[in-house]
Design a protein around this ligand. Structure first.
Ligand code: NDP
Length: 284
């Protein structure tokens, strides 16, 4: 069996055209959706992520505001800035690029963001809403994965979904969203014994571990849908996922590649969340 490769790049492109149209509609109503991004320090990966987010905003007509701080900035200064942005009318979404320097507690920073502008979906109020099935902001990577599954017309209800990884930004919200959509969900992590006993039973297998080519053919049931969240470098320095793509594609029915699978959807969903925030704030 050879799997269908889910083209995240093409799906994201299509979605961004739709987003651009939504932005144009909002502009007709006098609203320019705005995203404020706070970047602390000199981490090169963070700088690249922020640059890509700003570029995506520009391409879809969303206004972006960048606030850069040296790594020595205090928590108080950042919280004051966030409070100011919470009150600004032209800012609908606020994002603080993680990770932050060690002396800053990310929990305090995230909790300072107004839940109405928390487009990353990390604020405890939005997490609570997701758990109780209420409408709120959902973290962008899991939201993007749901969008990919919708695009391939995959029925989540009744399926056994196995999520490998339980981080607050990917694994846990992913599992919760799938549960909300009536999947039977198993969550695996670094202390799981005999991982393949669980993954082998998955109709839908989502891997967010952060280890290059970690999940092999022996972990996957014939015909499973495999979603690879990982972004790692292989031994030659090439970007690769958590899944051993070349082997797993022989058993999966659908599979996401890295690059070009989940990655392009994450920023796309951020844009979608900014529009949602702009609409909510303006009661549209
Ligand atoms: P974290 O490091 O926060 O979490 C990794 C998870 O994997 C943990 O829950 C850990 O378990 C689990 N894990 C580690 N080793 C094993 C193992 N041997 N068996 C089973 N589970 C294991 O990573 P993130 O969730 O932030 O990211 C995961 C990957 O996804 C990374 O490669 C990251 O770069 C990528 N990523 C990609 C995004 C995209 O847009 N494409 C967005 C965000 C992340 P435990 O909790 O027990 O430690």
């Amino acid at each position: 069996m050879s799997s269908v490769i889910i083209d995240g790049k093409a799906i994201a492109k299509k979605k961004r055209i739709e987003i651009k149209r939504k932005v144009e509609q909002l502009k007709i109503q006098g609203i320019i959706p705005g995203l404020a991004v706070i970047l602390v320090g000199e981490d090169s990966a963070s700088k690249t992520y922020v640059r890509n987010k700003q570029k995506a905003c520009m391409e879809t007509g969303i206004q972006s505001f960048l606030f850069e701080y040296e790594a020595s900035v205090t928590e108080t200064v950042l919280i004051e800035k966030i409070k100011e942005l919470n009150d600004k009318e032209d800012v609908h979404g606020i994002l603080v690029q993680l990770p932050l320097p060690k002396h800053i507690n990310p929990k305090n920073i995230i909790q300072a963001i107004s839940p109405d502008k928390d487009v990353d979906g990390f604020h405890p109020i939005n997490i609570g809403k997701m758990v109780s099935g209420e409408d709120g902001f959902v973290p962008c990577t899991p939201l993007g994965i749901i969008h990919l599954l919708n695009e391939i017309n995959y029925t989540i209800r009744g399926k056994h979904a196995v999520v490998v990884g339980r981080s607050n930004i990917v694994g846990k919200p992913m599992a919760q969203l799938l549960l909300n959509m009536d999947a039977t969900v198993t969550i695996c992590h670094s202390k799981t014994n005999q991982l393949e006993n669980y993954t082998k039973n998955a109709d839908l297998l989502i891997c967010a571990v952060g280890k290059a080519k970690f999940l092999g053919k022996n972990h996957v049931k014939d015909g499973a849908v495999v979603i690879d969240v990982g972004m790692n470098r292989d031994e030659t320095g090439k970007l690769c996922g958590d899944v051993d793509f070349n082997h797993v594609k022989d058993v999966a029915s659908y599979i996401t590649p890295v690059p070009g699978g989940v990655g392009p959807m994450t920023i796309t969903m951020l844009l979608e969340n900014v529009i949602k925030a702009a609409k909510n704030i303006n009661k549209i």
